[in-house]
Design a protein around this ligand. Structure first.
Ligand code: C5P
Length: 254
């Protein structure tokens, strides 16, 4: 398995190696995951396992997906005191997933502890999982930021501030909207990864996402990877939509 999946993310246009389309497996249990994956036979995928699925199936689902040859983003968004996050990350590294994440709002000491935990849990000779930070959830509005969280800065300012803080803490990148990517790379190096959900084909329903972009647009804006859930998982023909979106993302004819 290519554990260095992001290694060449900063290479020039047309080189999409290391810039995956990640499918969000937002399913309640392993049975539904099996049913869905049967519709994408013979594909080596990059999949995202979130809280919904992991809290039901635990490490077993990770072992299964790995033995099927898929790369894995374990999206558990850790946010706790540094020592707790460090120990939790040590355990997650042992699952040999490719990518994990924390909330940047947990602070720089917590983010550094996450990296320490991952390093200590990574098998000798293996690459530690990449670790990225959630900046602001796409469900957070300007009004919520100001009136509930009592943060006076704008959403964009807080996203950039969290991105810089994640970078300084030794993290490998952030989760953000693709629309925020150009501003991030105005301040940070291309090797800092931007993993962007909120991706839709032009004709798709937006659902609850607010700041959306097509795969083509996300590529133009410079996202390192895109995360796609419902457009593929709820499609009548998931394989057809997956290949269409992947081609669009990779700049190939759709
Ligand atoms: O179905 P959809 O394509 O909207 O799914 C997007 C996925 O990305 C979901 O798993 C969602 O939890 C995740 N995500 C997001 N926005 C963030 C962080 C994660 O949509 N800021």
């Amino acid at each position: 398995m290519d554990l260095n999946i992001f290694q060449n993310a900063s290479e020039g246009a047309g080189k999409m190696k290391g810039r995956p389309l990640i499918i969000a497996l937002d399913f309640p249990d392993g049975k539904e995951v099996d049913g869905f994956l049967k519709k994408l036979p013979d594909q080596k995928l990059y999949v995202k396992v979130g809280m919904e699925l992991f809290y039901q199936e635990g490490p077993a689902i990770i072992h299964q997906l790995k033995s099927d040859g898929h790369d894995i983003f374990l999206d558990l968004k850790l946010h706790d005191i540094p020592q707790t996050v460090k120990q939790a990350m040590k355990g997650l590294a042992k699952l040999e997933v490719d990518l994990v994440n924390v909330h940047a709002a947990g602070g720089s000491a917590m983010m550094q502890a996450a990296i320490e935990g991952l390093e200590s849990g990574t098998r000798a000779g293996a690459k530690r999982p990449d670790c990225i930070a959630v900046t602001q959830l796409t469900s957070t509005s300007e009004s919520m930021l100001k009136h509930e969280l009592l943060i006076d800065k704008s959403l964009n300012e807080t996203v950039l501030h969290y991105a810089k803080s994640a970078n300084e803490s030794g993290l490998d990148g952030i989760v953000c909207s693709s629309l925020e990517v150009p501003e991030i790379y105005h301040h940070l190096k291309r090797s800092f990864k931007t993993i962007t959900p909120g991706i839709r084909m032009a004709q798709d329903s937006v659902n609850d996402q607010v700041r959306v972009a097509t795969p083509e647009k996300a590529r133009e804006l410079g996202s390192t990877a895109i995360v796609v859930g419902r457009s593929i998982t709820k499609a009548d023909d998931p394989l057809k939509v997956y290949l269409q979106m992947k081609n669009a993302w990779e700049g190939l004819p759709v």
